[in-house]
Design a binder for this molecule. Structure first.
Ligand code: GTP
Length: 603
């Protein structure tokens, strides 16, 4: 097929604005699947994704669109559509930007009853940065509360996309699908590129296959990919020979070449996913492209947490599970870590909190592990009095005060969209989180707030607080913007007069007392009562800043509970073990999982 008849596009939207439903409807219209194998959300593959209703892994689909007869006498031409899915969460924004770089255009979906939200704006700007043609689609117009004209006007006011260019549609009822397909043909340009030029292909996703090794998802920008071709990865410098290649339907179909403009997959006997990362440029070994695709960033975790098996016997099993997960996820890192309190475990790095939750859940579900997770931490930069500068996310590596000359913390640019009546409380929340305003824009009765905020401040319950004070109406998105000075302290936690290393946190000085207080209160609440009172204290450099006590059982309660009957005690213990509460024995005290995440608790 000639390139002029190819359209590469993606659908971008705020979460829940109907991306999967619309993609499904388009595929159904183009006969990509029979009713029989039609599942709820075809593009979302992993089981976990379906349960959470979010998209983690992108899967492209190749579709054929034959234009129906038109009034002007044209029609009947056949087009190849490559629909490239994008992950729908801020943790995966870099992957979103790479997926977009594989396209010439996007459908920008906006829920007609919700209007423009934070992710609508961030995604639209990602598309604009990639010079893509944007087709605004006002979706869910079948809803009684829909205000399609209002939503289109918001797009114009906030992002500058002309309201009259919007297509009104409903993925659910099928309204507007024909118009969308025509707009894709008319407005999105065919892919440029010379199939004779030196090979240049962008890797926008990958997965690990036990038989073929790493399968790369590529967009060929220049030249032609063929089997047996010796290839080189521009940024990693690694070389391979192409084994097989092909396209998606969405299953993998083998073909004999991928020319400029094509979207497809390549297997080249790559064993390690880190050798061929998303964003890297694939080129011909003996005839390399003069310039790689710009903007490559190696996957870099920004949130870290310790993961420990509750049962120390599971350490090996856990290591095997982590190895397997890492095969498929270049962004996830882990290294062994030892804690006095928790024993042998791993320090793990993630792209964000959601990524962390997903990995944790997969470890527990797919690998049948019980885990204790320590509080998530960001990466701090510390300058020592001896001139050394180093980065760490691990409270165990935080130096004593006398060795530190300066500390810095990572910041984000946070974008929030919300109804104007909630602006006051949200601004107050942002101030509590040490945010500083960049701009505030009115969009009809809604407001867009742009703030610079320390990244650590949104790790701890920020999203929940934002949702609750805005009655669920505020939406947010963010991007990393580098380091700023911040006076940091390490808060240690003592249980029964012993420091529990795994409970330590690094926090800003302004927050140290409040967080210390919060942790000890929460711990006193969740640690089960013992035979004796258990003091819980927060300290900085040995100085106590907060304390609470886990009260002892009263005598009569004890008598009732454990009448000295051993078998009964055992039964109770077993029952506890089976229950959902995961405990870790620390000295003589059993500490439940919640205690390790006390810093995250919402008050
Ligand atoms: P993420 O994958 O989490 O980003 O969500 P999404 O944007 O893919 O949204 P999804 O397609 O899962 O739809 C979200 C909800 O909106 C679901 O409950 C859908 O049934 C509903 N929905 C989607 N499209 C329409 C529509 O056109 N009309 C109506 N009334 N509801 C819709």
């Amino acid at each position: 097929t000639a390139r002029v008849n190819v359209r590469n596009f993606s659908i971008i939207a705020h979460v829940d604005h109907g991306k999967s439903t619309l993609a499904d409807r388009i595929m159904e219209r183009l006969g990509a699947m029979g009713e029989r194998d039609k599942r709820d959300q075809t593009l979302d593959t992993l089981e976990l994704e379906r349960e959470r209703g979010i998209t983690i892994k992108s899967t492209p689909v190749r579709l054929t669109y034959v234009r129906p007869p038109q009034e002007d006498g044209t029609g009947g031409e056949s087009y190849t559509f490559n629909l490239i899915d994008t992950p729908g969460h801020v943790d995966f924004n870099y992957e979103v930007s790479r997926s977009l770089a594989a396209c010439e255009g996007v459908l920008l979906l906006v829920d007609a009853s919700q209007g423009v939200e934070a992710q609508t704006i961030v995604n639209a700007y990602l598309a604009i940065d990639s010079n893509l043609e944007i087709i605004p689609v006002i979706n869910k117009i079948d809803l009684p509360a829909a205000d399609p004209e209002g939503a289109a006007q918001e797009l114009e006011d906030v992002i500058g996309i002309p309201a009259e260019s919007a297509v009104f549609a409903s993925g659910k009822s099928g309204i507007g699908i024909t118009e969308i397909l025509e707009a894709i043909v008319d407005r999105i340009p065919p892919p440029p590129g010379d199939p004779e030029a030196p090979l240049k292909a962008l890797i926008f996703d990958s997965f690990y296959d036990a038989y073929q090794g790493v399968i790369l998802f590529v967009r060929v920008l220049e030249g032609t990919l063929t089997p047996k071709q010796p290839i080189m990865l521009f940024n990693s410098g690694k070389t391979f020979d192409v084994d097989k290649l092909g396209t998606f339907t969405p299953g993998l179909i083998v073909s004999d070449s991928l020319p400029a403009g094509a979207v497809g997959w390549v297997a080249a006997g790559i064993k390690d996913i880190h050798d061929a990362q998303v964003g890297d440029t694939l080129t011909q070994k003996d005839r390399p492209t003069p310039e790689p695709f710009p903007g490559f960033k190696p996957a870099q975790p920004v949130v870290f947490s310790g993961l420990y098996p509750t049962d120390t016997e599971d350490y090996r099993k856990m290591r095997d599970a982590l190895e397997k997960l890492k095969l498929n996820d270049a962004a996830f890192t882990f290294e062994p870590e030892t804690s006095e309190a928790l024993g042998f475990g791993f320090r793990c790095g993630f792209l964000g909190l959601l990524h962390a939750e997903i990995i944790q859940e997969r470890l527990e579900r797919e690998y049948d592990l019980d885990l204790i997770a320590t509080a998530p931490a960001v990466v701090y930069r510390i300058s020592l009095t001896n001139g050394t500068i180093f980065e760490t996310q691990n409270p165990a590596e935080f130096p004593t005060r006398d060795r530190i000359s300066a500390t810095e913390e990572p910041y984000i640019k946070l974008s929030i969209m919300l109804p104007e009546e909630h602006v006051g409380p949200v601004m107050q929340l942002l101030q509590e989180r040490r945010g500083s305003m960049i701009t505030m824009n009115y969009v009809g009765k809604r407001v867009e707030l742009l703030y610079e905020v320390p990244f650590a401040e949104i790790l701890y319950d920020f999203h929940d607080r934002l949702k609750s004070i805005s009655r669920g109406y505020a939406s947010m998105d963010y991007e990393q913007i580098g380091y700023r000075d911040g006076d940091l302290r390490k808060v240690d936690i003592m249980v029964n007069n012993e420091i529990v290393d795994a409970l330590a946190v690094i926090v800003h000085e302004d927050k140290a007392y409040g967080i210390g207080r919060k942790i000890v209160d929460k711990m006193a609440e969740v640690i089960p009562r013992q035979m004796f009172p258990v003091p819980v204290q927060a300290t900085i450099g040995g100085k106590i800043i907060a304390r609470a006590t886990v009260k002892a059982y009263r005598k009569d309660v004890l008598a009732k509970c454990y009448g000295g009957d051993i078998s009964r005690k055992k039964k109770l213990l077993n029952k506890q073990k089976k229950g959902r509460a995961r405990m870790k024995q620390i000295g003589t005290v059993e500490v439940p999982q919640e205690a390790f995440l006390a810093v995250l608790s919402t008050d």
